[in-house]
Ligand binder design. Structure first.
Ligand code: F6P
Ligand code: MG
Length: 435
């Protein structure tokens, strides 16, 4: 298993990184290949599609055979930055292979290699191999979104709420946003799980699975007046469809009650980790809510969010930094402009598992290590992490966390038979805050 205080690597056979590279990646690849083959392209494209499929298969076998990483081929700024990073890595490290190297590095590298394959074609340069999965995930969560939109439309129309009610509402929407991260397509490829029962009741019943909960501290922080002007809150987004919907709900709350003048959403500049939000995903999502849904509640909320988008209350930015392999403690040196920009924010909300891994350096910390320590100095401003546990790194837990888990899962055979069950099955969550 991964030694304590060391980065996760695919070579540790009991780690989720090993399982992920070895067993999950072939599923991701076969899904992309099937979707690509099923696309109705012009006859002229057929050869290019076939070549692309072959290249994807080669990339997968390179990974499974634990070959050395190589530089990427292409002229876009992002690929050039990646090549500099790879060059530096090759200078300092004699063996840079898929399983030896840090899992965070190789998993990010995988997605840039997928991008490279498409970028060098004539006709598929901007093709998003995950687009259909993201599109389908919208339909699968539509029922849940309707219930939440109805709730939000009725609640956020009450402009004069007293502080107690504002807090209750904040806690509810924060939890909606937290659990929205369950719905990423990279773990259960292509299949987003719909919440079958009433989502608001379901979410309220999940509190016992939150192993560290700083939502109270976050509220206290947001609730006190401060003098930053304009008030900006940044959301470093994760997944499209349902999770994006929940991010927008939280942003709507901030804007409605004056906790932010502007919410900046940060997305990915290229298709990433299957379901992560790109600008086209963001734009299509807002358009689809307003113009393609039969539910009046979704249309209304879509209309409001589109108007926030047009008037600059909601902004989307897609910096290349989010598709590099860096841990966030390196941001100040690797991209000081972005770091300085984020420093002007009231609060940065980091969504999801990948962002969490980058926040805490993808290190196998002792779970009792504080979130602040695990950030390794990264603190441009106040930080909130909303994360469902999907892999082995974790920090900021109280000593009683094991009791909590066994209380919940004492009769569950999976829990009894596997040591990292709770870290990787997407059932548990953390809400960490640091200022
Ligand atoms: O198990 C970890 C993982 O599946 C990684 O592939 C990736 O880091 C992450 O989870 C994706 O989840 P999220 O969409 O929450 O970042
Ligand atoms: Mg994701």
């Amino acid at each position: 298993n991964t030694p304590i205080n060391e980065p996760l690597r695919g070579k540790y056979k009991k780690s989720f990184g090993y399982h992920s590279l070895k067993n999950r990646m072939p599923v991701v690849f076969s899904e992309i290949i099937n979707l690509l083959k099923a696309e109705k392209f012009d006859l002229d494209n057929k050869n290019e599609v076939n070549n692309t499929v072959e290249e994807l298969k080669l990339l997968l076998s390179e990974l499974l055979d634990n070959k050395s990483l190589r530089k990427v081929d292409g002229t876009s700024t992002l690929l050039l930055i990646w090549n500099q990073i790879l060059d530096n890595r090759f200078k300092t490290d004699s063996s840079v292979t898929w399983f030896e190297t840090e899992w965070l590095f190789t998993e990010n590298y995988l997605y840039i290699r997928i991008k490279e394959i498409f970028e060098k074609t004539e006709t598929l340069k901007t093709y998003d191999p995950f687009k259909q999965m993201k599109y389908k995930a919208f339909a699968e969560s539509e029922k849940t979104m309707i219930t939440i939109a109805e709730f939000l439309n009725s609640q956020l129309s009450k402009k004069e709420l007293d502080n107690t009610k504002l807090k209750v509402l904040f806690m509810q929407i924060l939890k909606i946003c937290l659990w929205g991260n369950r719905f990423d397509l990279s773990l259960n490829i292509g299949k987003s799980k719909n919440i079958t029962e009433d989502p608001l009741e379901a979410i309220a019943s999940l509190d016992k699975y939150i192993l560290a909960d700083n939502s109270e501290e976050t509220w206290n922080f947001l609730n006190k007046s401060n003098n930053k002007n304009p008030k900006i809150i940044d959301i470093i987004m994760d997944n499209s469809a349902y999770e994006l919907f929940t991010d927008l709900c939280l942003a709507d709350y901030f804007v409605t009650y004056g906790l932010a003048d502007v919410v900046v959403f940060h997305g990915k500049s290229i298709p990433w980790f299957v379901s992560d939000v790109t600008k086209p995903d963001f734009d299509n999502f807002l358009n689809r809510l307003q113009n393609e849904c039969s539910s009046k509640s979704l249309q209304d909320i879509g209309k409001k969010w589109n108007s926030y988008y047009k008037t600059g209350k909601f902004v989307i930015e897609c910096e290349d930094f989010w598709t590099l392999p860096h841990c966030y403690s390196a941001m100040a040196t690797e991209n000081s402009e972005l770091y300085n920009k984020l420093s002007c924010s009231q609060l940065i909300i980091f969504k999801g598992d990948l962002n969490y891994r980058k926040l805490i350096g993808d290190i196998n910390w002792l779970p009792s290590t504080t979130f602040k320590d695990a950030l390794c100095g990264f603190q441009p401003t106040a930080i909130l992490a909303l994360r469902i546990l999907k892999c082995d790194c974790i920090c900021g837990l109280n000593l009683d966390y094991e009791n909590k888990i066994s209380e919940n899962d004492k009769d569950n055979s999976d829990y009894l038979s596997s040591t990292n069950y709770w870290q990787t099955n997407g059932k548990y969550a953390v809400v960490h805050f640091s200022k």
